[in-house]
Design a protein around this ligand. Structure first.
Ligand SMILES: NC(=O)c1ccc[n+]([C@@H]2O[C@H](COP(=O)([O-])OP(=O)(O)OC[C@H]3O[C@@H](n4cnc5c(N)ncnc54)[C@H](OP(=O)(O)O)[C@@H]3O)[C@@H](O)[C@H]2O)c1
Length: 240
């Protein structure tokens, strides 16, 4: 399989690259930090293809995705994993702006690129890195939770789009709970936290099985179900 992974310079994306490459897949790796990509290329070897890219630069992104596809000689799976959480050093609006730009806008752009490519090819798989946050709302992370609602809902739309076209395109919505990565390293209020290795093993299995949805780790399904039972008037009164 040939797989592009955005946000491969750290955390979940990096571990996806390592685990998929260990199984003999070619991996096209994207992120802004070139030195991290070079280290990963050194670690993985000839199965790794790297490109420095800010995914919010849409014009360049299209060029880079196509370059990687040409270099790898095809594409089977596009994993749209790049994402940002709260960047506390910026003013409030700037934080939300960058979260929406990367998590929603660039996600949608990558989804379109991959869908068009797979439509012409007749098959393929798009994997989106949503979150358990797609089931909740939070006053402390309004843009982040909303961006993950966007991702999951957008993927349902694309699954229906694929049904309409009749093309064999799988849309896999991954919803992780807490995982130890650079994004969460300063978060002290976490529970059911998974190591990145264990979480990514479950992600790889879900992708290989072409699942539409997967909670990572599996127990987070319970929280998703519970969250869906909470009425709007309670969400409106919460202080979370
Ligand atoms: N960790 C968790 O508990 C958790 C839970 C649910 C969902 N998630 C989701 O999982 C995904 C990966 O997060 P992580 O936990 O692995 O955090 P991370 O270690 O901070 O990784 C984020 C990745 O996204 C890349 N990225 C950010 N902005 C980018 C941009 N503009 N262009 C290209 N790449 C960009 C980063 O690369 P560069 O900085 O090199 O560009 C990095 O490789 C995110 O979508 C996150 O929302 C994480």
């Amino acid at each position: 399989m040939n797989i592009i992974i955005t946000g491969a310079t750290s955390g979940i994306g990096k571990e996806l690259a390592l685990q998929f490459a260990a199984k003999g897949n070619k991996v096209g790796l994207i992120g802004r930090r070139t030195e991290r990509l070079e280290e990963l290329k050194h670690e993985i070897g000839e199965l790794a293809y790297i490109r420095t890219l800010d995914v919010t630069n849409f014009e360049r992104a299209e060029k880079v995705y196509q370059e990687l596809i040409d270099e790898m000689d095809g594409l089977d799976i596009m994993i749209l994993n790049a994402g940002v959480g709260r960047i506390k050093t910026r003013p409030a609006w700037r934080i939300d702006e960058s979260i929406i730009e990367v998590n929603a806008f660039a996600f949608a752009h990558g989804c379109h690129f991959a869908f068009e490519y797979f439509l012409k090819q007749g098959y393929g798989q798009i994997v989106g890195m949503s979150s358990i946050a797609a089931h909740i709302a939070s006053g402390r992370a309004a843009a982040y939770t909303a961006s993950k609602h966007f991702i999951s809902n957008y993927m349902t739309g694309f699954r229906q789009k694929a049904n309409l076209t009749g093309a064999d395109i799988t849309i896999t919505d991954l919803k992780p709970g807490y995982i130890w990565t650079e994004m969460t390293e300063r978060n002290n209020n976490m529970f059911w936290v998974s190591s990145v290795q264990k979480a990514v093993q479950q992600m790889v299995r879900a992708i290989e099985k072409k699942k539409n949805h997967a909670y990572i780790t599996k127990r987070w399904r319970l929280l998703a179900w519970a969250a869906e039972l909470v009425p709007q008037w309670i969400w409106d009164r919460l202080k979370v």
